[in-house]
Design a protein around this ligand. Structure first.
Ligand code: SF4
Ligand code: SF4
Length: 362
């Protein structure tokens, strides 16, 4: 198939499900942007997805979590990501959403394991204390071990699967660990793509899957196994409130005028300066909003060892410095605050003078 041609049959199949050609190509364009590729890649992405109409199998394991990542997947609406992922991939096993249960679901998992060649997606941390995490009488760690071996790629979705997340927070009575560590413990040597976030951003998952379909390999990873294309910069680097941080304009209290003005949330505990993720660019909910845009400080859920690492979600990160200035944001904030106050006072006096000159006493 030529690069400029998208299979008619494939698109018809999508149109049958209410996804129009324009929407499909829009999705390909959005995915190209997500992967940092030029528009020239849109036909290639379309072709790669079309090729995937053969439905590469996916096994999705659910371990210790609240199933928030599965929920994020099935609730995704832009650009019908769930439909695309669910339809271009054959999700052969996902306990949370599959109709089968009990013995029948175990048979499906076993059938997939024997056939091999699937993409293994893992949601949830792995309990390592005996008897603390079992499915059909089997330890979750053993299930992971046997399902990881025949997989062509392993993707850990959400903070629980990547590094343990909330279920692994202190005191962690079930001794929960992330997939990478669990596989190491089980003696399985395989690369894991870590999509660390709570819950996973479905667009990151779609991006990794399309990257795999397009190039036949996993994206370049950082030292924590996270794709550099999504975890190469801090939240702070791309935050829409960054100008306020640089100018020392901070929210000091929820419900204040500063909050209404959308000032920087650093003093309200924002962990954006130490958190690596593309949240400001990719956003959530149809790219409509994300934590900071919605008015909440970033709590750093994309970082390993979260939530313990950033416990005290509203506590300020210590000693965050402004670029090139040897002072903490607190000090700069105080100085800038005084400067702003002086500026406002001067402006008020000048305005008052102008108003009087114009004869407009108010
Ligand atoms: S501290 Fe948080 S709210 Fe302020 S600019 Fe950085 S990321 Fe944005
Ligand atoms: S902005 Fe921060 S808290 Fe929100 S999803 Fe991204 S990393 Fe997590």
């Amino acid at each position: 198939m030529g690069e400029k041609e998208v299979s008619k049959q494939f698109l018809e199949a999508f149109e049958f499900q209410g996804i129009k050609r324009r929407e499909f190509l829009k999705f390909c364009g959005a995915t190209a942007a997500l992967l940092g590729l030029s528009e020239l890649y849109i036909p290639k992405i379309a072709a790669a997805i079309e090729k995937a109409a053969k439905r590469p199998p996916v096994v999705w394991l659910n371990f210790a979590s609240d199933s928030g990542c599965t929920e994020a997947l099935i609730k995704a609406t832009y650009p019908n990501a769930a439909d695309l992922v669910l339809d271009i991939l054959s999700i052969d096993y996902n306990e949370t959403i599959m109709a089968a249960a009990g013995k029948q679901s175990e048979e499906i998992r076993e059938k997939s394991r024997k056939a091999g060649g699937y993409i293994l997606i893992v949601e949830g941390g792995v309990p390592t204390k005996k008897g603390h995490g079992m499915i059909a009488g089997k330890e979750m760690l053993d299930i992971l071990k046997e399902m990881a071996a025949p997989a062509v790629a392993i993707i850990a979705v959400g903070s629980c699967a990547t590094f343990g997340g909330v279920p692994a927070a202190k005191p962690n009575p079930s001794q929960i660990i992330g997939v990478t560590e669990a596989l190491k413990k089980a003696g399985v040597k395989k690369a894991v793509v870590n999509l660390d976030l709570c819950p996973v951003n479905v667009e990151y998952l779609v991006g990794v899957v399309v990257n795999y379909l397009l190039l036949g390999k996993l994206p370049e990873l950082d030292s924590f196994g996270r794709p550099k294309m999504f975890y190469g910069q801090t939240i702070h680097d791309n935050c829409e409130r960054r100008a306020h941080f640089d100018a020392g304009r901070f929210v000091e209290r929820f419900g204040s005028n500063e909050e209404a003005l959308g000032y920087c949330l650093y003093k309200m505990g924002c962990k954006g300066p130490m958190t690596y993720s593309a949240c400001p660019k990719v956003q959530y909910n149809d790219r409509v909003s994300w934590c900071i845009k919605a008015g909440a400080p970033c709590i750093g859920c994309a970082e390993h060892d979260w939530p313990d690492k950033f416990a005290g979600f509203y506590n300020r990160l210590p000693d965050v410095k402004l670029p090139g200035i040897q002072a903490t944001a607190d000090k700069i904030g105080a100085v800038a605050g005084v400067a702003t106050a002086v500026g406002i006072a001067a402006h008020a006096i000048a305005s008052s003078g102008r108003a009087k000159k114009a004869g407009g006493e108010k």
